[in-house]
Design a protein around this ligand. Structure first.
Ligand SMILES: [Zn+2]
Ligand SMILES: [Zn+2]
Ligand SMILES: [Zn+2]
Length: 322
């Protein structure tokens, strides 16, 4: 196989594709062996949260310069792809099964990473995400999430930046602060809230069960959060993700992503938030992103967001009651 690691520009959609056939050389391990457990070749002992390089790096700090092309645009795959092992405990189902203090340590690790990486020349953006559930192809069940530090702004974030900038220029104020305030006054889609955070199912939800989590304070980066806000974020994520877990008899698979401002430049109109997409429509029924969603780019929602919000809110409430 060719050994290629490069960014390829899609001139039709105007976005980057990361191409990598590179695999980190690692000692051979039997299939059943967990590489994230304490005592594995790269983990050692005595940690609460661990940051590891991805075995299949899409981006590395010093990548080769790709050869040029007569027509297409390519770029270097500079950046980092990391795994955050969230706990030494192998058999926890989800990050929401950790106590608030342990979730806070995960968030602090992430915050330190943002602080460390923002000065690097390749680092335009830091995307944190969490894929949960065998249904969506997660083969390693040991609780973990991933970080991509990219030399470009991810395409979805670019769209959010363009629309929120337009809102601020034409109407003034922050689009996201406005959304939070509308949700808090209408209440029907609110899922959970506390002094620093509000979680709601968006008016414009794409997925059957979706939660967006916003800090009440207008801020752009994870590093802007104070100690108290970080602790309440841990509490909020625990409650909301537990709600997803208990929604059906089987834990619901989900994708969680953090949207923060790009690491360089002034994006004071933007507002940090977290998005959680629950991909179950009902008991044992997955919602697939298929023809209309993937091919057309628009989602179909086959029930009512306000009704699903009330189901998810009840599930979160049951979690809080223990
Ligand atoms: Zn493990
Ligand atoms: Zn705002
Ligand atoms: Zn977003």
């Amino acid at each position: 196989m060719r050994n290629i690691m490069e960014l390829r520009w899609d001139p039709v959609l105007g976005e980057w594709v990361m191409v990598s056939s590179v695999r980190h050389a690692r000692p051979w391990l039997p299939e059943s062996f967990c590489p994230f457990c304490p005592g594995a070749p790269e983990t050692g002992y005595g940690w609460k949260v661990l940051v590891l390089e991805n075995k299949y790096p899409m981006l590395i700090p010093e990548p080769p310069q790709p050869p040029g092309h007569q027509f297409y645009v390519k770029s270097r795959s500079s950046g980092r792809t990391l795994i955050i092992v969230e706990t030494p405990q192998h058999d926890l189902d989800d990050i929401s099964d950790l106590d608030v203090e342990s979730i806070k340590i995960v968030l602090e690790t992430l915050k330190d990473l943002v602080e460390e990486e923002r000065g690097k020349s390749y680092a335009e953006y830091l995307l944190w995400f969490r894929n949960k559930g065998v249904e969506i192809g997660v083969s390693l069940t040991h609780p973990h999430s991933q970080v991509y530090i990219t030399p470009f702004i991810p395409a979805r974030v670019e769209r959010e930046l363009a629309n929120s900038r337009k809102f601020t220029e034409s109407r003034g104020g922050c689009l996201f602060c406005n959304i939070v305030s509308v949700e808090e006054s209408e209440k029907v889609r609110i899922l959970y809230s506390n002094d620093s955070w509000a979680a709601f199912m968006p008016f414009y939800s794409h997925w059957p069960f979706e939660a967006h989590v916003y800090p009440r304070r207008h801020l752009q980066l994870l590093t802007d959060l104070g100690e108290g806000e970080l602790k309440l974020l841990a509490l909020t994520l625990k409650a909301v993700l537990c709600g997803f877990k208990r929604l059906f008899r089987k834990p619901s698979p989900y994708i969680m992503v953090m949207h923060q401002a790009p690491l360089k430049g002034d994006y004071s109109f933007y507002h940090l938030h977290f998005e959680i997409y629950g991909v179950m429509r009902g008991e044992g029924v997955l919602k697939y992103a298929a023809g209309m969603e993937m091919g057309g780019g628009n989602f179909t929602f086959d029930s009512v967001p306000e009704d699903n919000a009330s189901k998810l809110r009840e599930s979160i409430l049951l979690c809080l009651q223990g």
